[in-house]
Design a protein around this ligand. Sequence first.
Ligand code: TRP
Ligand code: SF4
Length: 329
Amino acid sequence: MAQGRERVLSGMRPTGKVHLGNHLGALDNWVRMQDAYDCFYFVANWHALTDDYDTSEVPRDTIEMLADWLGAGLDPERSTLFIQSLVPEHAELHLLFSMVTPVGWLERVPTYKERIEQQGIASPSYGLLGYPLLQAADILMYKPTWVPVGVDQVPHVELTREVARRFNNAFRPVFPEPDAKLTEIPKVPGTDGRKMSKSYDNAIYLSDTPEAIVRKVRPMVTDPARKRRSDPGNPDICPVFDLHKIFTPPVEREQCATGCRTAGIGCLDCKEVLLGHLVPRLDGIRERRQKFAEKPEVIIDILREGSKRAQAVARRTMDEVRAAVNLTP
Ligand code: TRP
Ligand code: SF4
């Protein structure tokens, strides 16, 4: 399968249903990369332990997320879909990396500092500090050329490159240095105009029915200057228009923009145009994801099978790594 192709690796924490922001920011790119690359995509369930010790929802969230991955077009015949904890080699590589990684490197990672500040974590765990190092192990295990991620993950890929260099110098050259493949992420606002996020409760999910999408889009925040139908508006500052930019073809979109600026159309008219394009775009994904969600055993099989395939690669890497660190007599 995909012999001779450059390899790609990426992962997501099992946060459950995928929303439009996740889809356009990552998943859609993962799907497209399958055509040209040998892709490995995994569920970062150990990383989920840095969010919450209550892991009771993780199994269900994993199934929901995978249903969306498959519905969006990830193809288990072409890509290796797996679960981090089913390939425990990642933990061994993380441990060996921890021996060559200065604590200062990890303390300087911006996501670490942000999480401690934003979540007011008084006593951060060793695992939280090591989060990006575990990610480095996830990545380097598969020696990928590319790691498709959003900009927020770039410091983690940078650290991964430094760790690879450090390991190669300390022992012998085992790891190539991967590059982040940045997704052109369109601005995807949630229904309240802020960034779309599960925690803001403003998200449109791939699993949402057409009725649910309509119910979310109709009351969506618009340009606040348009209090009355007769007030002209400015599409450049309207979150609804950010969605038009993604889903509505240019001619119709420009008609909406002009109608907005001249008060020729109302916001509800404008939203109906958007819905006319947004809803059909999600129909196929939703129907496919629903079929998978009804058969969790199929999803579990796909993940078990994929994890075996991933583990075969991981074992080969670890054979090289163990030989390089040279501990066994
Ligand atoms: N930190 C990533 C995120 O929150 C998830 C992740 C874990 C990951 N390991 C990875 C992404 C390896 C890419 C490669 O989105
Ligand atoms: Fe936004 Fe459309 Fe209303 Fe203008 S008409 S403010 S672009 S929703």
